[in-house]
Design a protein around this ligand. Structure first.
Ligand SMILES: Cc1cc2nc3c(=O)[nH]c(=O)nc-3n(C[C@H](O)[C@H](O)[C@H](O)COP(=O)(O)OP(=O)(O)OC[C@H]3O[C@@H](n4cnc5c(N)ncnc54)[C@H](O)[C@@H]3O)c2cc1C
Length: 354
C-alpha cells in the first residue's frame, strides 16, 4: 500500500513527491518515457518574484530562499520595452512588476540591438533570474528515490477506482491511500477518472523560437526582454536568443507544437523593436500553460474527498512557485498547519472554485 501516489512527473508532481517522501511512501507515475516531457521541459525557466497574481507572488516570495540556498538561480534581469503608443500599458506593467524606468539610451547599453526609432520606453528589474530547471527536476526526483520512493515513467493512468483505498491502473496496478493529481493539462481528465468534479482547467499554448544571436552579439549577459502587455518576449539561452509570441491560446490537452502563423506574428513584434532582422529560426516548440478559471494555482485536498489532493493550474508560474507550492500541498495532505498566510491558502484552495 502506497501512502501518496502522485500522478504526473513534471515539476508539480516531483516537488510534491519530494516533500511528501519525508513523511510516507511515495510513488510518482509519469505517462511519458521521460520526466518533464510536457510543460516542465519547455519553459522559459525564469524566476521573477513580482510576476503573477497576488497568490502567485506570495508563492514566489516564499520560494526564493529555497532557490537561493540550493544555488538554482543565475542573475538575468528583466527589461520592459514599449512603443510610443503603449505608454499606458507600460506604466501598468512597470508598477505591477515593480520595475525602474530607464532611458532608451541606457537600455541600449544592455541590449545594443534595440531600435531607438521604435523603442520609446524602457524599464529594468535586476530581480529576475534564470532557474536551472533541469537540476531542480532531477534533484526532486533524487530526493524521492533517496527516501525509498519510486519515480516510474511509461505509467499512463487509465483507470481509477475507490474501494476503501484508491486502485489506480496504469501499466501496473497500484493501491494508495492518497492520490496527488499533478497531471498538468490533463488534471481535469484525471479527476474525472477518479469520480471527482473537474475544476475547469484550460491548457493554453505558448510557442517559442530559437534564433541565432542577433548580429553575432554575445547575448550571455543581456536581460530578458518583455514587450509591454506581455505581447512577446526574448531571452538569451546558451548563446542563442529564445523569442516567444507570448500567446495564450486555449487548446485541448495534447503534445503541443508551435503554430507557424502565431510564431511569425510574434517574431514580427520582436523584430519591430530591434535593428537586427530575424534571418533564421533554428528550431521551435510549444508548451501548455494550464490555468484554473481565476488564473492561480489549485493546491490541496478536494472538499468532496480529502484523499484526492490537487496540485494543478500552475499556469506560467510552475517552476518559480514550486518550492512553496509543494510545501503547501504536503502540509495540507499531511493535515499540518501551513506556513503560508491563511488568506493565501484560501485563495489557492479547491473550495474557491466550487
Ligand atoms: C513556453 C513556456 C514558458 C514558461 N516559462 C515559465 C517560466 O519562465 N517560469 C515558470 O515558473 N514557469 C514557466 N512556465 C510554466 C511551467 O513550465 C509550468 O507551470 C509547469 O511546468 C507545469 O508543471 P506541471 O508538473 O504541472 O505540468 P507538466 O510538466 O505538464 O507535467 C504533467 C505531467 O503529467 C503527466 N500525465 C498527464 N496525464 C497522466 C496520466 N493519465 N498518467 C500519468 N501521467 C500523466 C504528463 O505526461 C506530464 O508529464 C512556462 C511554460 C511554457 C509552456
Amino acid at each position: 500500500m502506497i501512502d501518496f501516489l502522485i500522478i504526473g512527473g513534471g515539476i508539480a508532481g516531483l516537488s510534491a513527491g519530494a516533500r511528501l517522501s519525508e513523511h510516507g511512501s511515495v510513488t510518482v507515475l509519469e505517462a511519458e518515457d521521460a520526466l518533464g516531457y510536457h510543460a516542465s521541459g519547455r519553459s522559459a525557466a525564469l524566476f521573477e518574484e513580482g510576476y503573477g497574481p497576488p497568490s502567485v507572488v506570495a508563492l514566489n516570495k516564499a520560494s526564493a530562499e529555497f532557490f537561493f540556498t540550493n544555488d538554482y538561480l543565475t542573475p538575468r534581469g528583466l527589461m520592459l520595452l514599449a512603443k510610443s503608443d503603449q505608454a499606458e500599458q507600460f506604466r501598468k506593467d512597470l508598477s505591477e512588476l515593480g520595475m525602474t524606468e530607464i532611458s532608451v539610451a541606457d537600455a541600449m547599453v544592455h541590449v545594443p540591438v534595440l531600435n531607438p526609432e521604435t523603442v520609446a520606453y524602457a524599464a529594468l528589474s535586476e530581480g529576475a533570474y534564470d532557474i536551472d530547471t533541469d537540476r531542480v527536476l532531477q534533484d526532486f526526483a533524487r530526493t524521492i528515490r533517496a527516501n525509498a520512493g519510486s519515480v516510474l515513467t511509461r505509467q499512463k493512468v487509465t483507470r481509477i477506482r475507490k474501494d476503501g483505498n484508491w486502485l489506480v491502473e496504469a501499466a501496473d496496478v497500484f493501491q494508495a491511500r492518497t492520490i496527488v493529481n499533478s497531471a498538468g493539462a490533463w488534471a481535469d481528465e484525471v479527476a474525472r477518472m477518479a469520480g471527482i468534479a473537474p475544476i475547469g482547467i484550460t491548457p493554453r499554448r505558448r510557442s517559442m523560437a530559437r534564433l541565432p544571436a542577433p548580429g553575432g552579439h554575445d547575448v550571455k549577459n543581456w536581460p530578458m526582454m518583455l514587450g509591454a502587455g506581455e505581447t512577446w518576449y526574448a531571452k538569451p539561452d546558451a548563446g542563442k536568443l529564445l523569442v516567444s509570441p507570448s500567446e495564450a491560446d486555449p487548446v485541448e490537452p495534447h503534445d503541443a507544437y508551435a503554430d507557424d502563423m502565431v510564431l511569425a506574428e510574434g517574431l514580427a513584434r520582436y523584430e519591430e523593436m530591434v535593428n537586427s532582422p530575424v534571418t533564421r529560426v533554428e528550431t521551435n516548440w510549444a508548451g501548455l500553460r494550464s490555468f484554473a478559471p481565476d488564473g492561480t494555482l489549485v493546491l490541496g485536498p478536494d472538499p468532496s474527498d480529502e484523499s484526492f489532493v490537487w496540485s494543478a493550474g500552475q499556469g506560467g508560474y510552475g517552476f518559480q512557485t514550486a518550492p512553496a507550492a509543494s510545501r503547501l500541498v504536503a502540509d495540507l495532505a499531511l493535515g499540518r498547519a501551513p506556513e503560508l498566510d491563511a488568506a493565501m491558502v484560501s485563495a489557492l484552495a479547491v473550495s474557491r472554485l466550487r
